[in-house]
Structure formats: C-alpha cells, structure tokens
Design a protein around this ligand. Structure first.
Ligand SMILES: C[S@@+](CC[C@H](N)C(=O)[O-])C[C@H]1O[C@@H](n2cnc3c(N)ncnc32)[C@H](O)[C@@H]1O
Length: 218
C-alpha cells in the first residue's frame, strides 16, 4: 500500500449545493465522456447531478428510493441520463470492474463494522484496474461521539443533538466512527491510499464535524 503519487497535492472540492461546481482531480474532466462514474449512496443526487452536468457517464445508487426519486426527476428536468439502482452499499448490483471512479460521500459509516468491511470490498470489486475512489467517512473525533451512547469501541447510537447541529436527523441511528489506523487497515486492500482529516468546527468551536477523506486507487 502506498500513497497516491500524483506529484501535486490531491484535493477534492465537492459542492454542498447542486448549483456548485465539481473539482475532483481523481476523476479527470478531460476524460469525462469516457469516464464511467458511480455515486454510491447518492441520496438526493447532488453529486451525481454535478457529474452528469460535467459530461461524465454517471450511475447512482442508494438504499432509499426517496432520494433516487428526487434525482430521477432532477435528471429528467435537466435532460441528463443517469442510470439509477436501489442498492445496499455492501451488496452493489454491478459487474466486477464496471467503473473508472466511485464516490462514496457520507454513507459507509451508517453500517456496522462487519458490513463496513464488506462495503469496502464491494467498492474494490466494482472498480476497474487503476480505478479511483473518493470516500468520506466520519472519524472517532467527530462531535457525534459525545452525543451518543457507546455500543462498542467503534459503534455509537446518537442520542441527542444540540440545536442547529447537522446530525439532528441522525438521532437513534448507529454510527461507526473510526481512527486513522482502522481506516488504513480497512482500506488496505487498495493499491494506493491517501487519507486526510477534515475538521470543521461549529458553534464557536464547541462541536466539530470530523471526517476522513480517503483517496483510493485500485
Ligand atoms: C448523509 S446522506 C449522503 C448522501 C449523498 N452521498 C450526499 O453526499 O449528498 C447518506 C445516504 O446514505 C444512504 N445509505 C445509508 N445506508 C445505506 C446503505 N446501507 N446502502 C446504501 N445507501 C445507504 C442513505 O439513504 C442516504 O441517502
């Protein structure tokens, strides 16, 4: 396992708004037409729409049909062809080596650790050789941890959220929060991995969204 050798520092900028722009160096824009991308756990499809607008061949899947319905309507309204599937992230309904790139943004940490590992294996399976993935997961330093009941070393059930915090809709959910060493171990099957910490503080620094951005190459 080595580091992604790109010469320059790798940065991903994924917009929080559907009107924003997309800059993911791992998914080269210059090859968009031939670059087949999957937005796995797409939710309402904000990133899939950005990919489609940039001209990437885009697929998207999610366990929930609600988000997929929103994405279907938005894609139709804009005239984009995005192939949609209902799927669990750890049982992906795609052939081996289907995609040049996969985005998994804020999805896997909703799975218990056993299924987390299965989701990582599925990600590896559906990527083409030298395919790239960008994954965002939550770290053990995330503020959600201190507002949760610990179920095990890495497993936490969210029990409360201070007013205005972004995890209000996660109350009752079980989250898997991991440290750097566990991330390196779980994603160690990939040929190349680069892990960066992203920490965004809120409420005058009292809380933090603490995430791992994981850049992978098969
Ligand atoms: C926080 S949202 C992120 C959505 C999207 N990736 C984004 O950044 O806007 C988490 C998404 O993960 C999906 N999800 C949760 N568990 C899943 C699973 N086991 N398999 C597939 N999708 C799942 C949810 O339905 C939801 O759409």
């Amino acid at each position: 396992m080595g580091c992604l050798a790109c010469g320059t520092r790798i940065r991903a900028a994924l917009s929080r708004r559907s009107g924003g722009s997309l800059a993911v160096p791992q998914f080269p824009r210059s090859r968009a037409r031939e670059f087949h991308l999957l937005d796995a756990g797409c939710g309402g499809g904000r990133h899939a729409l950005l990919f489609a607008r940039e001209g990437y061949r885009t697929d998207a899947c999610d366990a929930s049909t609600r988000g997929l319905d929103l994405l279907r309507n938005a894609a139709k309204a804009e005239g984009h062809k995005i192939r949609l599937r209902t799927a669990q992230i750890d049982v992906l309904p795609y052939e081996d080596a289907s995609f040049d790139g996969v985005l998994v943004w804020g999805v896997i940490y909703y799975l218990p650790l056993e299924r987390y590992a299965a989701a990582v294996s599925e990600l590896l399976r559906v990527l083409k050789p030298r395919g790239r993935a960008l994954v965002l997961v939550k770290s053990i330093s995330d503020a959600r941890k201190s507002h949760s009941e610990a179920l095990s070393h890495n497993s936490f059930r969210v029990v409360r959220a201070p007013a205005g915090m972004p995890w209000e809709n996660e109350i009752g959910l079980e989250l898997t929060l991991l440290g750097h060493a566990e991330i390196e171990r779980l994603f160690g099957q990939f040929g190349e991995i680069q892990v960066e910490n992203s920490r965004v503080t809120m409420a005058d620094g009292r809380y933090a969204d603490d995430d791992w951005h994981i850049y992978l190459c098969k």
